[in-house]
Write a protein that binds this ligand. Sequence first.
Ligand SMILES: [Zn+2]
Length: 679
Amino acid sequence: MKIENPLLLDWATPFNTPPFEIINTSHFKPAIEEAISIAEKEIREINDNTDLPTFKNTVEKLEMAGDKLGRITSVLFNLNNAETTKDLQKITQEVSPLLTRFSNDITLNARLFNRIAEVYKTREVSGLGTEEKILTEKKYRNFILGGAALREENRTRFREITEELAMRSLRFEENVLEETNAFELHITNENDLDGLPERVIEMAVMEAKNRNKKGWVFTLHFPSYVPFMQYSSKRKLREKMLKAYSSRAFKKNTNDNRENVQKIVNLRLELAKLLGFNTYAEMVLGDKMADSPEKVEKFLHDLYKASRPAAFRDFGNIQRQATESGLIGKLQRWDWAYYSEKLKKKLYAIDDEILKPYFMLENVEKAVLGLATKLYGIKFIRNNNIPVYNPEVRTFEVYDNDGSFLAILYTDYHPRQGKSGGAWMTTYRDQKHTGGKETRPLVSIVTNFSRPTESSPSLLSFNELTTFLHEFGHSLHAILTRCTYESLSGTSVAHDFVELPSQFMENFAYEKEWLDTWAIHYITGEKIPQEIIAKIKAASVFNEGYACYRQLSFGFLDMAWHTLTDPVKTEVDAFEEEAMKKTELFPYVPGLNLSVAFGHIFAGGYAAGYYGYKWAEVLDADAFSYFTETGIFNRETAMSFRRNILEKGGTKNPLDLFIQFRGREPSIDPLLIRSGLKR
Ligand SMILES: [Zn+2]
C-alpha cells in the first residue's frame, strides 16, 4: 500500500498549520512532483476553455492554480533557511530545476499568454476594479518577463538561463553559509580576551564546549563576531576576524563565489537583453516606485551629496579617537567598530553592555507585540499546540479588536547550525479571499539573537531590538492584510515599498514614551533611567553620516553590477573596487571582497533593488514624522496607517497609498533631520 504523503493531504492541525512533526525530508520531492502535475491540470483547464478570455475565467483562475504546490514549496524553502540539513539542501537543489521548468512551462505557454494578453489589452474598458486591473497587469508583466513574447528560437536559451541562475543563486548562498561555519577563532590564552565583556566571554566558553575544545571560540556569526569587533583590544585578532569575515567565498577553494558572481551577472544581462531591455536594472525596476535606473541613480546621488560631508566628519572623528587612544597610523577597517564603540561610550556613556540588561528577550517580545495592541488593537495569544519544526519555536494566535482571527505568528529567535545568518520574516501561507472563503496567513519571524548563557537570560543589544521591531513590522504587513488575491496581499508589494512597514517600526526604539512602558533591568527590576533614554536618542545620530554613506556604497555596487550593458570580463575584485571607489574611506586591503558574500543581490531578491532600503527610509521617516506630530500612540493616525498601508498590500499604486496616509508626496527632509544631516 502506498504510504500517504503528509505534504499532499489536508492538514488536520490547529489552523491548518504545517504538521512539521510528521513531515520527512523524503516527502518533499514526490509531493512537489505530484503538486506540479495537479497545477498543470488546473492550467490545462484554463486553456481548454472555449469561451472568450475574461478576467474571471483566465486571470483569476491562473491566480488560484498551483495552490498545493505553493503550500509545499513554502515549507521546503522556509525550512531550508531556518533548519537545514545536508539532505534538505540536496532536495532543494534537486527540485529547484523542476520548479523553474514548471514556471517556465506556464509563462512560455503561448495559448495561455494569448488569453492573458487579451484580458490585459481590454483591461481599461472591461469594467475591472482597481485590484483586478493591477492583478492583470502583474500577471501580464510576469509573462513578459517569463519570456512569453519570445520568438521560438530564443526560448530554449531563455529556459537554460533561468535554470542556471536558480542553481547558481542557491550554490552562492550555500557557499557563504559553509564559509561562515568553517572559520573559528580559538583562543587559549586568557590575555587575548582583553576588552571583551563577561557575557561575550561566556558565550565563547559555551561555543568552545560545544566543539569539545578548551578555552574560547569566536565565530563569524553575528552574535559572536560583532561584539568581538566592538570590544576586543587585540588589534591583530580583530584584523584576523575581519579578514576571515570579508574573505568568505573569496579564497579560491571549492566555496569560492567569484565565478558565480560573474556568471550570475552575465546571465542576468543576457536574460534582460533577450527580453528587450538594455540592462538588468531596467528590467527589474519597471514596476517599482523608482521605475528606472536613472531615478535610482539620481536618488542615490542626491543622498550621497547630502551625506558626504557628514561621512568625512564621522571618519575623522573615529580616526582622532583612535590616535588619541594610541593607534599609530591610519585607521583600518578592523578598527572602525572598536574605536566607534569607544567614542560612542565617551560621548554618550552608553554601550550595548549598559543597555542589554534592560532588553531581556522575554520583556522585548511582550513589549513589541504589545505595541501592536496599543496601535492597532490586535491581540496575541500563546498556543503551544501548534506544530513547530524546532522546540525553540514559539507560536501565537493573533486576533483583531473585535475578536476575529487574523493570523498565526511563529517566532524563532536563536542561532543554530543549519539556520542562515541574519533575520527575516516569512510566511507559510498568505492571506487571500477567493472562492467566497477568507484564508488567513501563517507568519514567521526568524532571527539570530544572542542565546541565554549559564548566568543570564537572552539579553538583546539595541541593534537586536531594532531588528526585532523591523521583522515584526514586516509581519504586521502580512498579518493585517485584507486583500482578495494572494499575489497582491501582505508584503507582495513593490520592492522599494516593502521596507516601509518594517523600518517604520524601528522608530519606536528611540521613543521615551514607549521604552518607559516596559524596559526594566532584568535583575533589579529598575526602570530604564531617563538619562539612558536621552542618550539613546542623542546617540542615534552618531556615525549616521558614515552609515548612510556605507548603505549608499552597497547601492552603488548593486547598480554597477546590474546596469552593465556588456558582459563583465573584469575580475570581481577590480570591478568592485572601481564601483565603490567614490565611497571608500579605508585603505585598500587585498584579499577582501564584498560581492562574493552579498547574498541580498546574488542569492536574494534585491538585485538592482538594494537602494530600496534607503528609499524606504525616506518613506518611513516621513510616515513616522506624522506620528510624532500627532502623538506616537495616536489611534487615529495608527488606524490610518493600518487602513491605507498595512491592509492594502499591493492592491494600489504605492505612491497613492502613501499620499492617502500622509496627505502629500514623500519628502526627503524628515530622513535628513532624523539622521542629523540637516537641521
Ligand atoms: Zn526588511
